[in-house]
Design a protein around this ligand. Structure first.
Ligand code: FAD
Length: 286
């Protein structure tokens, strides 16, 4: 089933994001993660994709097959395009189709000097159009409530997002954010711009100090004052920061659900206990 169809049937849609373990032997330990994640009954699980290199991305496909065949959950396969040719992407799509996997998150990917830019695709909208032309895939796109870091301004970024939706993206998943008001105002701007597809809110519970620093430098998410105060107070106390980060994320999700958010996409960081704690906190709200 395409995820677009799931959105037609039920809202809010709950999804988890995981990444393929780097070491081959760790693919075994992912079973424990998937065991717990599947017991939380997500509507789908998305699997990230590396910037380049077939060995890394074989693991994405392998993990997606495991999610589909062993856990009977719909996988959403992330695909980046900047460092791939059309033939390489087509081969991956063929393998997905043969495995009965028909949901793809079409991404440009970050510019990475370690990998050659293959020139076949420039933007995620190019990949979206290509995937739509390759079979009956449902395609999702990424969006940025605080504007993509390379974009000139938010208006330009939303106009570019509209191109991606017009190319066939049937639902959107947002970059993580910590201030719900930023998300509400972003979705309002999308609707005014004529972008009507469902938008899932990307939530990442911050449970350790390294994450906080990475968050700001990599994705440019604004850290609201109340978030800063909490993380500053508990940053050197592992257990306390875990509790505080979880409560912050649960409060964010409760408020989003109360405001009829269309989907919650949880960046699990392969930590199923984070997902479990969050789901326990909202068990009766879904
Ligand atoms: P695009 O939609 O192509 O946008 C990139 C930039 O180009 C933006 O500034 C946009 O405004 C601009 N732009 C877009 N179209 C046009 C146009 N037609 N003309 C001019 N400018 C244009 N990265 C990974 O490597 N692997 C992953 O698995 C992965 N998963 C992700 C999942 C989510 C939910 C999110 C939010 C991000 C993920 N990323 C992942 C990161 C993503 O690859 C980067 O943020 C990347 O820099 C942009 O990708 P995009 O698909 O959003 O690009």
């Amino acid at each position: 089933m395409t995820i677009e169809k799931i959105f037609e049937e039920k809202r809010p849609v709950l999804s988890f994001e995981i990444f393929p373990p780097k070491r081959a032997e760790a693919l075994k330990s992912i079973d424990e993660t998937l065991e717990i994640l599947s017991s939380l009954h997500p509507d789908y699980i998305s699997v990230t994709f590396g910037a380049g290199g077939s060995s890394v991305n074989n693991k994405t496909v392998e993990l997606a097959k495991k999610i589909k065949n062993e856990y009977n959950i719909e996988p959403l396969v992330h695909l980046t395009c900047l460092h791939y040719t059309k033939d390489e992407i087509r081969r991956i799509l063929d393998e997905l189709a043969e495995s009965g996997i028909n949901n793809v998150l079409a991404l440009r990917g970050d510019i990475n000097p370690d990998f050659e830019n293959k020139e076949d695709f420039k933007y995620a909208s190019d990949l979206t159009a290509f995937v739509k032309g390759c079979g009956s895939f449902g395609v999702a796109g990424a969006c940025y409530p605080e504007t993509h870091i390379e974009a000139k301004d938010s208006v330009t970024d939303i106009k570019n997002l509209k191109k991606k939706v017009d190319a066939g993206a049937g639902h959107l998943i947002s970059q993580l954010f910590f201030d719900n008001d930023v998300f509400y105002s972003f979705v309002e701007k999308l609707r005014i711009a004529g972008i009507d597809v469902p938008v899932s809110a990307g939530i990442m519970p911050v449970i350790n100090k390294a994450q906080i620093e990475r968050m700001v430098s990599l994705c440019g998410a604004t850290l609201p004052e109340k978030f800063r105060r909490i993380t500053h107070k508990y940053e050197d106390n592992k257990e306390a920061l875990f509790d505080a980060g979880m409560v912050y994320a649960i409060n964010q999700v409760v408020e989003l659900l109360a405001n009829d958010v269309e989907g919650i996409h949880l960046y699990t960081m392969n930590n199923p206990h984070v997902a479990k704690k969050l789901c326990d906190g909202i068990r009766n709200l879904l």
